[in-house]
Design a binder for this molecule. Sequence first.
Ligand code: ACO
Length: 331
Amino acid sequence: MTIKITGTGSELPEKIVTNFDMQELVETSDEWIRERTGIAERRISTGETVSSLSAKACQKALEMAGKAASEVELIIVATCSPELLLPCCACQVQDMIGASNAAAFDMNAACSGFLFALNTVNAYLQAGIYKNALIAGSEVLSKLVDWTDRGTCVLFGDGAGAAFVEASADDAVYDNGRKAGLECMVQGSDGAKGMVLSCAERPVNNAFVSEKQTVNPYIQMNGQEVYKFATRQVPACINKALDKAGLCVDDVDLFILHQANVRIIESVAKRLKADIAKFPMNLDKVGNMSSATIPVLLDELNRSGKIKKGDRIVLSGFGAGLTYGASVLVW
Ligand code: ACO
């Protein structure tokens, strides 16, 4: 038994906000943002929600897989920016798309969320508990960003990507000797360093607390610490995953990394001694969408025919938590 991604989909808000638009809001420049991050523009919600974006991305993934919503057995939405604490986004998505036979829950591993959800689905499917699952990575980070803080507001965007994953008994070997499926995964967390990238929820101010607290409700980030974490941990965990699978960097066709920053991706490629051409990027157009970056890029590559059957892909996520991971799969 193996798992296959048989459908992908994505959905972005309509509004495009360029670096020149950002110049009107904070003291910054198109040149600074491009040089330090690689971002030129991002999509920003003017009303779209994590649930509405997820539902549209999920519908597109189902359509590609040729499945009806009623056939979906599990829905996981990876998000750190839900509009409601209760009910979870996945239950809202279930209702919006009419997947009434599915179990549904959310998962928060920030920018590693989609990857952790895929690994979780793999475990469910391998165990024979479910036969298929819909996974979405979806964020409206624009509501968590302080639009007066130039150090963070230029980095993020809103959007959603989704994948439909099915258990498959197909053991066929492609011409290149590879079999479709998830070959190996590595996941890790470093909670001790978690506060280098944080966003507070409401404080405990219940009827029994005498000194009421206030919190800053926006994303706080130590950019240089995040940069150091990503550039060390990502190549290390990709190497670990490849070692575990008995593979080397040259055996990989594409590295689909969380799209946080061009400089991080270039540094990872250099440390792995891998050709940067194997690291597709789209963050110039969409910015950092946390859990949505990997599935949105995956959908773009899939729909444009840039991923072919038999390709070996490494997916790697890293972000708040701190969380990180790498999964090796054959398409
Ligand atoms: N425009 C112009 N100047 C700016 C801006 C901006 N948008 N933001 C910060 N600056 C200024 C700072 O105020 C500082 O000025 P000073 O020297 O007068 O004090 C100067 O630029 C340098 O600031 P640094 O924070 O040292 O800039 P750095 O070179 O580290 O770049 C960046 C900042 C791009 C955030 C970098 O640290 C980075 O890439 N970090 C990785 C973090 C990341 O990608 N986070 C995304 C979320 S986490 C994730 O997805 C994994």
